[in-house]
Design a protein around this ligand. Structure first.
Ligand code: HXC
Ligand code: NAP
Length: 304
């Protein structure tokens, strides 16, 4: 992946807030990529890096004013071309229209990043049926709508496109207090693996990224409001003792949509500093034992 034409700064310390681009400057040149939820947070970070790598970008979400502001900022930061389109992923006709406009402007579309999401924390029994559906509709139905529209287009136009789904690590494990999101992300994971096989024969690759904690306004305000952020302190739940940097995620996403990942299909790559495994291992909580106690523990286990 690296050459003397990279944007990489190998001297940067991981987690120091200085993560830099990984791929060759023209790694996505001539490609057109749609990012749903591309006006904010991680979608914005991935999009900005795709532009730096030479891609044309379509960003979509419900709020056109946010998309337009982001598009202008991205274009002035990178010199790339960004098309902002209002599109509610829950509505298939809006998705079809968004795809049509993208093709009209850029000639073709090569990649879809299903990044749009909705989420909030709540004990499940407090949720209305409508609240449960609101999250499922954005995450699962929205990802299905976009994948379906793009898949039909790629197959009929004989384009070897690719889909990248942004899921979560609790798609594997489930999680209390975010049950609609866990159900929906689990469904998107199943869709990733299913379509990888079914559409692989058309040259269409389908992969997923499962991010751990990457601070964004959207996620943090809904999942860690007020004092919860302090009480929950994500950093201490990660073996590497830090949250992720947006550029670290953008590097992985750019690799997966690029031709460098041409033989990766049906894969989900976790980028979480080891967080979900820390929660899973039966004896992992022993890290709380002070170093000096291990002498007496060893004595006890040897004499047992
Ligand atoms: C309980 C709630 C609620 C809350 C809304 N509802 N917020 N119920 N607790 N905090 C209920 C409403 O009362 C309503 O039910 C139903 O949900 C739909 O609400 P609307 O506001 O009409 O829905 P909508 O406009 O579709 O908004 C969707 C949303 C909102 C999910 C509620 O939060 C949103 O737009 N989010 C987008 C951005 C986002 O969530 N980003 C975070 C992604 S982070 P009733 O019965 O009253 O009609 C992520 C993973 C992070 O996904 C993992 C971190 C490690
Ligand atoms: P975010 O900024 O809130 O992004 C969510 C985006 O989805 C917003 O731009 C929102 O824009 C859009 N959206 C919501 N409903 C939509 C709809 N019906 N149609 C179209 N777009 C819609 O949060 P984020 O943290 O960057 O999350 C990005 C992705 O990463 C999500 O899939 C999330 O689950 C995943 N993730 C994040 C973290 C993290 O730590 N941040 C961890 C794991 C996974 P509008 O409101 O304008 O529609």
């Amino acid at each position: 992946m690296m050459s003397d034409k990279t944007t990489t700064n190998n001297s940067a310390e991981p987690g120091s807030g200085t993560a830099t681009g990984m791929l060759k400057e023209d790694a996505l040149k001539g490609k057109t990529i749609i990012i749903t939820g591309g006006g904010t947070g991680l979608g914005k970070a991935m999009g900005t890096y795709f532009l730096k790598l030479g891609a044309n970008l379509v960003i979509t979400s419900r709020k056109l004013d946010v998309l337009q502001q982001t598009a202008a900022a991205m274009e002035s930061a990178t010199g790339g071309k960004v098309l902002p389109i209002a599109c509610d992923v829950r509505k298939y006709d809006e998705v079809e229209s968004m795809l049509k406009q993208s093709v009209e402007v850029f000639g073709r579309v090569d990649s879809l990043v299903n990044n749009a999401a909705g989420n909030f924390i709540s004990p499940t029994e407090r949720l209305s049926a409508n609240a449960f559906s609101a999250v499922i509709d954005i995450v699962l139905k929205g990802s299905a709508n976009c994948s379906l529209a793009l898949g039909k287009y790629w197959i009929s136009e004989k384009i070897a496109g690719n889909i990248l789904n942004i899921i979560t690590t609790y798609a594997f494990t489930g999680s209390a207090y975010v049950v609609p999101s866990a159900c929906a992300k689990g469904g998107v994971l199943a869709m990733t693996r299913s379509l990888a096989v079914e559409w692989g024969r058309h040259g269409i690759r389908t992969n997923a990224i499962a991010p751990g904690p990457f601070p964004t306004k959207g996620a943090w305000e809904r999942l860690l409001p007020g004092e919860i952020a302090e009480k929950f302190d994500f950093k201490n739940r990660v073996p590497l003792k830090r949250v992720g940097e947006h550029q670290e995620l953008a590097n992985l996403a750019a690799f997966l949509v690029s031709g460098f990942a041409g033989y990766i299909n049906g894969e989900v790559i976790t980028i979480d500093g080891g967080q979900w495994l820390q929660g899973a291992g039966q004896f992992n909580a022993l890290e709380m034992i002070p170093a000096e106690m291990w002498d007496s523990i060893e004595k006890a286990t040897r004499s047992a």
